[in-house]
Design a protein around this ligand. Structure first.
Ligand code: PLP
Length: 400
């Protein structure tokens, strides 16, 4: 193994996510530090002309320039590759940089994307505003649709989904979609941001590429932005070449922060999910709430699918307050402890009301098509004591 490459302390990767998230680490420098240092350097040096030639010719795996690779970024990427059970990966400045570069590297003019309608807002903007400029069209299917063959064209190249979806918390069946993608020779890409590899590993179901916004639960503390794509080696090679020339590289500092964050991913996500289930169960008892959407509630329409492909239900709970837009706004105004913020997956519980904020520019019909009803509240359940979270939600609902 090349000295620039991350390695485990004992040289043997474990089969356990918790251990790999902690023990995959760059080789120690001559200072014998215990925790990986920060390699805040834009470039690297060479022994001589031959070393430089061989490095640029990729005959050696060596860091050349931090737009291409960097030890901290490599360590973070290597952990994500192992955690997702992938072959290779590349890390980006943001989740959107990962999404844009992945499509940019793999698509040609005339290609067609088949995507679930419930995708992250900026991803939707890419599909509808920017990709058509390059003659790349997208067809949406609904999260609960099963007959997708009718949407295929001879140019359909990519099947794209998120599960659970944002913010309506629908769950799509990875196994069924994996078989469909294989049958029709599509590149199957999943944005696994809401689940994290701790809860769900899409590659097990035949997914080719997994994308993350590392900004969310992977950082987990609302500090830095980041993104990563992992999956099949030949596809990652295309994405790497695209990225090394277009420049969406992850900062070594952010990679260093995110690699440390992964050390606590398992225990954080576990606690997030425990708290979220308690919050969801509490909300189900409230008269002012008409619907609660949480994958591990028996009332969720895809409860069985969620149980099959997810270890726990995630940290996002969506619920419908009776009384529409005004009731949603009143609820936010009454909140005392939880934060009103656009982020999610933070230690701090965050509540948002999509109909009056993030999705207010859409028409009622457009909002309803992606499950954003007027009274829908999205709660990213944090790591505070669950009683304090529930008490805050309770007083905001009571005064409504
Ligand atoms: C936040 C988010 C993104 C975009 O990530 P950034 O790091 O903000 O660029 C993409 N997909 C999902 C599901 C997200 O929640």
């Amino acid at each position: 193994m090349n000295t620039d490459q991350p390695t485990t302390d004992n040289q043997q990767p474990s089969t356990n996510l918790e251990t790999n998230a902690i023990r995959i680490q760059n080789q120690r420098s001559h200072f014998d530090e215990h925790s990986t240092p920060l390699y805040l350097t834009s470039s690297f040096v060479f022994e001589d002309a031959e070393d430089m030639r061989a490095s640029f010719a990729e005959e050696k795996e060596k860091n050349l320039y931090s737009r291409f690779s960097n030890p901290n970024v490599n360590e973070f990427t290597e952990k994500m590759v192992r955690l997702e059970g992938a072959e290779d990966g590349y890390s980006f400045a943001t989740g959107m940089a990962a999404i844009f570069s992945t499509f940019g590297a793999l698509l040609n003019s005339g290609d067609h994307i088949l995507s679930c309608r419930s995708v992250f807002g900026s991803t939707h903007t890419l599909f509808t505003k920017y990709f058509p400029k390059w003659n790349i069209e997208t067809t949406y299917f609904e999260a609960n649709e099963t007959d997708l063959e009718k949407y295929l064209t001879p140019n359909t190249k990519i099947l794209y989904i998120e599960t659970p979806t944002n913010p309506a918390i629908e769950v799509l069946d990875l196994e069924i979609l994996g078989k469909f993608a294989k049958k029709h020779n599509l590149i199957f890409i999943v944005d696994n941001c809401f689940a994290t590899p701790y809860l769900q590993q899409p590659i097990k179901y035949g997914v080719d590429l997994v994308i993350h916004s590392a900004t969310k639960l992977i950082d987990g503390q609302g500090r830095v932005l980041g993104g990563v794509t992992v999956g099949k080696k030949d596809l990652i090679r295309e994405i790497y070449l695209f990225a090394r020339n277009t420049g969406p590289a992850m900062s070594p500092f952010n990679a260093w922060v995110l690699s440390k964050s992964l050390e606590t991913l398992a225990i954080r996500v576990e606690k997030h999910c425990e708290n979220a289930l308690k919050v969801a169960e509490f909300l189900e008892t409230q008269h002012s709430v008409s619907v609660v959407k949480y994958p591990f509630l028996q009332s969720h329409p895809s409860f069985e699918t969620a149980k099959k492909q997810m270890k726990m239900g995630g940290n996002i709970v969506a619920f419908e307050i009776k009384g529409g837009i005004e009731a949603g706004r009143n609820f936010l105004n009454k909140i005392k402890m939880c934060s009103l913020s656009a982020n999610l997956g933070d230690t701090r519980t965050i509540v948002t009301h999509p109909a009056s904020t993030t999705h207010s520019k859409l028409s009622v019909e457009e909002r309803n098509a992606v499950g954003i009803t007027d009274g829908l509240v999205r709660c990213s359940v944090g790591l505070e004591h669950f009683e304090d979270i529930i008490n805050d939600l309770k007083q905001a609902l009571e005064n409504n």
